[in-house]
Write a protein of this length. Structure first.
Length: 162
């Protein structure tokens, strides 16, 4: 698994509408959060509503959340519809070439990537504290006040492994 301090491999994947998303292009606008996931993952079910909050917390265009699905387009689209996701859902395709480069330990695995292409933080599974830390770091990069994404007492556990 890639870790903080390592360079994030570039990738170019299509979203559910067929639009291409290249990591290098996203990083020209600001930091990016690459999230590796599967629709049948219970921890992903728990995590994605918080990721949607994160996507809505900061201005679009100055950072990018890229959800890299290890499922086919149909399963990915159903998942995105179920959770009302508004950020790009990228379809990795056969052989999972991007996952092979990043080598995530489990799903979900999150990689916060700085504009210089270096991974500054990773998170495996569901961690409220780490989601809030990612939010804080994105806010800092954007010069925005940090938003709490995962409330401590919202009825969900503070951690669940992926």
């Amino acid at each position: 698994m890639l870790s903080a301090g390592e360079r994030a491999p570039d990738f170019d994947l299509a979203d559910l509408a067929g639009q291409q998303h290249r990591l290098e292009d996203a990083l020209q606008r600001g930091p990016a959060l690459a999230v590796f996931w599967k629709s049948g993952c219970n921890t992903c079910d728990l995590t994605f509503p918080y990721l949607q909050r994160l996507a809505q917390a900061y201005p679009e265009g100055r950072w990018q959340l890229l959800a890299i699905s290890q499922d086919d387009a149909q399963a990915s689209e159903e998942f995105a519809r179920q959770y009302g996701l508004t950020f790009p859902i990228l379809i990795e395709g056969e052989g999972w070439p991007v996952s092979q480069q990043y080598d995530p330990e489990a799903t979900p695995t999150l990689y916060l990537i700085e504009p210089d292409g270096v991974i500054s933080m990773t998170s495996v599974g569901f961690h409220k504290q780490e989601l809030n830390e990612i939010s804080r770091r994105i806010a800092e990069r954007l010069g925005e006040p940090p938003q709490v994404i995962a409330e401590e007492d919202d009825g969900n556990p503070p951690f669940r492994p992926g």
